[in-house]
Structures are given as structure tokens and as C-alpha cells.
Design a protein around this ligand. Structure first.
Ligand code: GDP
Ligand code: IMO
Ligand code: MG
Length: 424
């Protein structure tokens, strides 16, 4: 049985958590393959809202097993908080949540290094979530990191001390004032490690490949989005992991020929949180309206998200890199009431018209060229079938499908699990 992938195609926050939750009833296993607590995946059902950071979004379904893969970085402190939030739901966590021994650990000093690096960059800062993501992946690729499996070794505390000592030296190297109380941070960290150690640590690549052999159905859940990918995103304003389809292979130990469908999630407009280029960003009442109606505030940091028109040049690029086979368009309801909608169909780049996503996008070298489409007035949030969707929305959908050459199979019309329309 093939593994299906679900990925964000923009700058994150496309609505991945919602769609994983909607699809989980079709799967035996949901597996996160990269990122860490920089992610915030929102699920809304039965009148409750849940935000997950490291735990896969299939956790609320009775039968699904949730795997945190080797490509993920785990902050035990945030992980413990997530588990504490789940306590009231009486889930059988030990049976439903498995952790890869090869996943790397975020230490308190990784967070401090993230803060120091951002402060030192000043105006050029990435706008990181300050969760220690960059420094942890640096230690991973620099072959200095600590892994979940290390916690089963007798000398893990010595290894922790040695790495922390090194980090403290590195912190001193940054010429910035970061206040911290290491004792306090460590008390919280060691307490959280005790909680983490109660969960099953597994060789997740073995587990998943056996599951494939046994014909189990697996959905790999991406975090962030393709435009934040370490290679293909708007570097250096990106995250530190492979957010694209290839990341599912390395982040779970699954071979490329085991991948089946690739579900690409995008918003009907575009948002970005943090710094970096954003060609279709709006600074007018249209952008303000998207932010207000769409409640565009980060699920992890609470920061306001920047908003703009849909960028089809960027979307097509993401579709190609990931090999997307089906699209899911989110937040269509937020666009109700705009008389006209714009979609970016090419860029003016260094004086030339181009249709591809160029090497370096800066606000002064890329100007979006738009096609204008009709808007719709109808409230979509109570609609349940594709044929009731307004004609102008159907034309908007057709325009996108023709441009990116992949069908839109799901149209999301509200944040709730039920506000999801399937198109055949
Ligand atoms: P993720 O990181 O990709 O899982 O997305 P987030 O959870 O960070 O952000 C998506 C936000 O949009 C959340 O607040 C969701 O509840 C909300 N949302 C998802 N789909 C829809 C939709 O179709 N319409 C509206 N209005 N909100 C949605
Ligand atoms: P989900 O999974 C949106 C952004 C940050 C910053 C950049 C680098 O919820 O879609 P990092 O902390 O990774 O070093 O930050 O990436 N970023 C996200 N933006 N959604 C996310 O995750 C993000 N994770 C990181 O804002 O610009
Ligand atoms: Mg999010």
C-alpha cells in the first residue's frame, strides 16, 4: 500500500491540520516527517478548537496510530504541554503515539541560540518562531545533536551537559544580551524528559515499512510550506528542514516508489508570517479584510499574518516540486464579498516577464502581474455540496486548475471539520 503525503504549498498555515483531521478516518497511521514546535496545526470539531505543534493531527481519531518521525525535532517541554492539553480527552496515548528514536531533541540552549541569532541579525532577522528549530537542525547536520534514542543510554546527561556547555560558549560569541536562568530552564526540561520517556520510542522507519507491507494506510503530514523549504523556499527567509515531498522520504525512511497521492493544500489567497519576500502582499483595505475575516494570526506565536492575493506562479512551482496529484483549496469563505479578485499569473522580473519562481525575490525586483476575476457575495460557510458553490467561485477554481494543471478535490468553506466540500 502506498503512503499518501499532505503538504502546504505556500508559506505555511494553509490549513494542513484541518485536512489531516478530515482525512484521518481513511488511514491507519498519521506520521509527521519534519519541523517541530514551530508548527501550529488547528483542528476544530464538536465545538472545540485544538492546536497541535509536534503531535500529528490524527491524534483524536479512535483507531489511528500517530508517529513522530525521525525528521522531526522535539522540544520535550512543548511536547509535555501538548500532552497535558490532551489529558482531558482520555486518549490511550501510549498506544496511539509513537516516537522515532532518531528524532532530534531541542535543548533549552537551542532556543537561546535561536533568540541570540535573531537579535544579532537585527532588521535582517528571519522572523523565526524562536523555538530553537534552526540551531537544532544545525546540530543535526553538524553531527552534534542529541536524539530521542540517546535518552535510553546511561550517559545521556553527560552528553547533554557537554552540548549545553558548547552552546553557552556559542551564546557568549553573539554580541547580544539574552537574559536566561539556565537552572530554571533545565528543571523544566528534565521534568519534561521524564514525561517523554514514558512514551514508546521506536525505530519508526522499520515500523512504517512493516506497516506498508501489511497493507496499512499511511498519511504523512507535512509542516510549514513549500515556500519555507530549506532548498526551494525564499532563502534565507525559510525554515531549516525539507518541507517538500522529498522530506517525507528522508523524514520517515520511506522510499520514493512507496509514495502514492500527494495532496497539496493552499489558501484561496496567500499569507505569510515572519520576514521575507511576498510579491502579492497587500497593504490596503483588501489585505486588512483578508486578515480580519480570516483571523490571520499565527497559531504558534500569535503574530499577525501578512496577507495578499493568490500567487499562481508560486503555486505552480510548489505543485511541480512536490508532484502534487490533488489540490485542496482552503478559506474560500474568506473571499466572499470581494467584488473583484486578483490572481498573480506572471512576474515582471528585472524588466522581463517571467512565469517561473526566480532565484531571488526582493520587493524591488519582482512586480506581480495580475488577472482579474469576478468575486462572489454568497456566504459559503453553510454550503455542503460542490454544485451549490457560486458560479464565480467555480470559475475561480477552474482558472486555478487550468493554470496549475492539477484538480482541486476539496474546497474548504470554514474552519470546522464539517465545513469541507469534496469535488469529484
Ligand atoms: P496549518 O498550520 O496548515 O495546520 O494551519 P493553521 O492551523 O496554522 O492555520 C489555519 C487557520 O485557518 C486555522 O485557524 C484554521 O482553523 C483556519 N481554517 C482552516 N480552514 C479554513 C477555512 O476553510 N475557512 C476559514 N475561515 N478558516 C479555516
Ligand atoms: P505550520 O506547520 C507559518 C516561519 C516563521 C519564520 C520562518 C523560520 O503551522 O504551517 P523557524 O522557527 O522555523 O526557524 O522560522 O518560518 N514558520 C512558519 N510560518 N507556519 C508554520 O508552520 C511555520 N513554521 C515556521 O514564521 O518566518
Ligand atoms: Mg500553522
Amino acid at each position: 500500500m502506498a503512503v499518501n503525503l499532505l503538504l502546504g504549498l505556500q508559506w505555511g498555515d494553509e490549513g494542513k491540520g484541518k485536512i489531516v483531521d478530515v482525512l484521518t478516518s481513511n488511514y491507519d497511521i498519521i506520521a509527521r516527517f519534519q519541523g517541530g514546535p514551530n508548527a501550529g496545526h488547528t483542528l476544530i470539531f464538536d465545538g472545540h478548537k485544538h492546536v497541535l505543534h509536534t503531535i500529528p493531527s490524527g491524534i483524536f481519531h479512535e483507531n489511528a496510530v500517530n508517529v513522530v518521525g525521525n525528521g522531526v525535532v522535539i522540544d520535550p517541554v512543548i511536547f509535555k504541554k501538548e500532552l497535558d492539553n490532551l489529558a482531558k480527552f482520555n486518549l490511550d496515548i501510549n498506544a496511539k503515539l509513537l516516537i522515532s528514536k532518531k528524532a532530534h531533541l531541542i535543548l533549552p540552549t537551542h532556543r537561546l541560540l535561536d533568540a541570540a541569532s535573531e537579535t544579532a541579525k537585527g532588521k535582517a532577522k528571519i522572523g523565526s518562531t524562536l523555538k530553537g528549530i534552526g540551531p537544532t537542525y544545525m546540530d543535526k547536520t553538524g553531527r552534534n545533536g542529541m536524539r530521542v534514542g540517546d535518552l535510553e543510554m546511561k550517559n545521556w546527561k553527560e552528553r547533554y551537559q557537554a552540548l549545553t556547555k558548547k552552546h553557552l560558549k556559542m551564546l557568549a560569541f553573539f554580541d547580544v544580551d539574552i537574559q536566561f536562568d539556565l537552572k530554571e530552564l533545565e528543571t523544566e526540561f528534565f521534568d519534561a524528559i521524564d514525561t517523554l520517556k514514558k512514551l514508546p520510542f521506536i525505530d519508526s522507519e522499520v515500523y512504517l515499512n512493516n506497516a506498508i507491507k501489511q497493507q496499512k494506510t499511511i498519511l504523512a503530514e507535512g509542516a510549514q510550506g513549500s515556500l519555507l523549504d530549506i532548498d526551494f523556499g525564499t532563502y534565507p527567509f525559510v525554515t531549516s528542514s525539507t518541507t517538500t515531498a522529498a522530506g517525507a522520504c528522508t523524514g520517515l525512511g520511506i522510499a520514493p516508489n512507496k509514495i502514492g497521492e500527494v495532496f497539496g493544500i493552499f489558501k484561496a489567497y496567500t499569507t505569510r508570517v515572519g520576514s521575507g519576500p511576498f510579491p502579492t502582499e497587500l497593504f490596503d483595505e483588501n489585505g486588512e479584510r483578508m486578515a480580519k475575516v480570516g483571523h490571520e494570526f499565527g497559531a504558534t506565536t500569535g503574530r499577525p499574518r501578512r496577507c495578499g492575493w493568490l500567487d499562481l506562479v508560486a503555486l505552480k512551482y510548489a505543485v511541480q516540486i512536490n508532484g502534487v496529484t490533488q489540490l485542496m483549496m482552503m478559506k474560500s469563505d474568506v473571499l466572499s464579498g470581494f467584488t473583484k479578485l486578483k490572481v498573480c499569473t506572471s512576474y515582471k522580473y528585472q524588466g522581463e516577464i517571467i512565469n517561473h519562481f526566480p532565484y531571488n525575490i526582493e520587493s524591488d525586483n519582482v512586480t506581480p502581474i495580475y488577472t482579474e476575476l469576478n468575486g462572489w457575495k454568497e456566504d459559503l460557510t453553510t454550503m455542503t455540496t460542490a454544485n451549490t458553490l457560486p458560479k464565480a467561485l467555480q470559475e475561480y477554481i477552474k482558472f486555478i486548475e487550468d493554470y496549475v494543471e492539477v484538480p482541486i478535490k476539496i474546497v474548504s468553506v470554514g474552519p470546522d471539520r464539517k465545513q469541507t466540500i469534496t469535488r469529484l
